[in-house]
Write a protein that binds this ligand. Structure first.
Ligand SMILES: [Zn+2]
Length: 79
């Protein structure tokens, strides 16, 4: 009697594993999005193209974004 119970438990265990594996195949893991700070939009620097958080970017009077004062000055001198 106890052997039958053990055999039954083992069968259930393997059935459970099979079902889980089948489900995993049906529903492949979601592709991981690259981690991005969601609350912080980033903008490319107009001079060098470096992406900087918008709230830390430097802006000129025309609304362009820069990663640093140096880039801001560089573009100002070029124009
Ligand atoms: Zn820059």
């Amino acid at each position: 009697m106890i052997l039958r119970l053990i055999a039954l438990a083992v069968l259930i265990y393997f059935a459970y594993r099979l079902v889980r594996r089948a489900l995993a195949k049906l529903r492949p893991p979601q592709p991981q999005d690259p981690p991005t700070p969601e609350s912080q939009p980033v903008v490319p620097c107009k001079t060098c193209g470096t992406f900087v958080p918008k709230d830390r970017a430097h802006t000129d009077d025309r609304g362009h974004f820069y990663c640093s004062d140096r880039c801001l000055q560089e573009t100002r001198e070029r124009d």
